[in-house]
Design a protein around this ligand. Sequence first.
Ligand code: FES
Length: 164
Amino acid sequence: MENKPLTDTIEPTENQDAVVAALAEKWRDKKGSLIMALHDVQSHYGYIPRDVARKLAPQLNVPLARIYEVSTFYNYFRLTPPGKHVINVCMGTACYLKGAPELIEEIESLLGIKEGQTTSDGLFQLEVVRCLGCCGLAPVKTIDGEVHAKMTRKQVAEIIAKYK
Ligand code: FES
C-alpha cells in the first residue's frame, strides 16, 4: 500500500479539522489503516496531538482507546510535542561501557526530564538510541544531529548551557 505523506495532499497551515478530514478521507475503511493514519499524523505534527486523536477516532470508526493502545505500544509514536533541540544519547555497547548511563543521568538531572520526554519550555527533548555508528568516539551524543564525542558529565553540562 502506497503511503504518500499527508503533506502531499494538505497544506501545513490548514486547520486541525481540515487535517482530520483529509486523514479520514485517505484512510477510512482501509484495512490496517490506523497505523498508517497515525504515521501521517506524526509526520504532520511531529507527534500525535490528543485533540487530533479524539477527532480522528470516530471518523475512522475506531475506539479512541485503540488509538492510544497503538500509539503507546510503538516507541516510534510520540504523544507529546517534540522539543526544539533533540538530544540523542547513544546506549550502544561501546558507549554504555564508556559511561553513557552517567551522561543520561546528568542530562536528566540538568533538564528535569526522563528519556523520551520534552522539557516544559519545549526547548529540549531527550532520546536514547542504539549505536550512532561512531563507536570509536564513545560515549557519544548528538544535539540536533551534531555529534559530540568522548563526552564527560562536565562537557555535557557545558554544551547544554550553550543551547539555552
Ligand atoms: S555504541 Fe555508541 S556509537 Fe556505537
